[in-house]
Design a protein. Structure first.
Length: 180
């Protein structure tokens, strides 16, 4: 009997020990959100374009709205994990354009200051989120992504768009290498 009481005692101690406790899912999500880098809000596309030129990387512009739950989903489930992973540092420059700030001035790719609505009109943004993949001059490189569907597949679609953008960007920058 003493052995069975000892076993029960050990099981009780172990089950209440924090060493073996399963982490609370919500706490873990909050920790990840705190650690996750933020998607940079841009108001200087010229600066982003120069960074794109220097690194030979495409720019992913996510057009977002403050009250857009799908924008928040895209940012939290796709873009922030991309930034957190570090795997995209040498693949794409990720920026957010908040279309709600209509009175804000934005420096365009050509260096001229414009009202944000002019940028939104130029890219023909009607739905948020919309992701546009552009080169250093703001020229679209691949098919834009409008809205968000199944999160499980969306990450792969983003990866494909990034890969196509890189390929087009580099073939435009190095026409001789595209022929070989």
């Amino acid at each position: 009997m003493k052995t069975s009481k000892l076993v029960v005692f050990i099981l009780l101690v172990v089950s209440n020990s924090s060493i073996f406790a399963v982490p609370d899912h919500k706490k873990r999500l909050l920790q990840v959100k705190k650690k996750a880098p933020q998607v940079k809000l841009t108001n200087n596309l010229l600066k982003d374009g120069r960074l794109s030129a220097r690194k030979s990387l495409p720019i992913l512009l996510m057009f977002s709205a403050t009250d857009c739950s799908y924008c928040e989903l895209l940012e939290n489930e796709i873009l922030k994990p991309m930034l957190l992973s570090g795997d995209y540092v040498n693949k794409v420059i990720i920026r957010k354009v908040n279309i709600d700030e209509d009175s804000d001035m934005v420096r365009d790719f050509n260096g001229k200051k414009k009202v944000l609505s002019d940028i939104v009109l130029r890219y023909n943004i009607h739905v948020t989120p919309t992701m546009v993949f552009v080169d250093k001059n703001g020229k679209e490189l691949t098919k834009r992504m409008i809205g968000i569907n199944t999160v499980e597949y969306y990450g792969g679609d983003v990866d494909n768009a990034i890969d196509k953008s890189i390929k087009k960007l580099r073939s435009n920058n190095f026409p001789d290498s595209a022929q070989k």
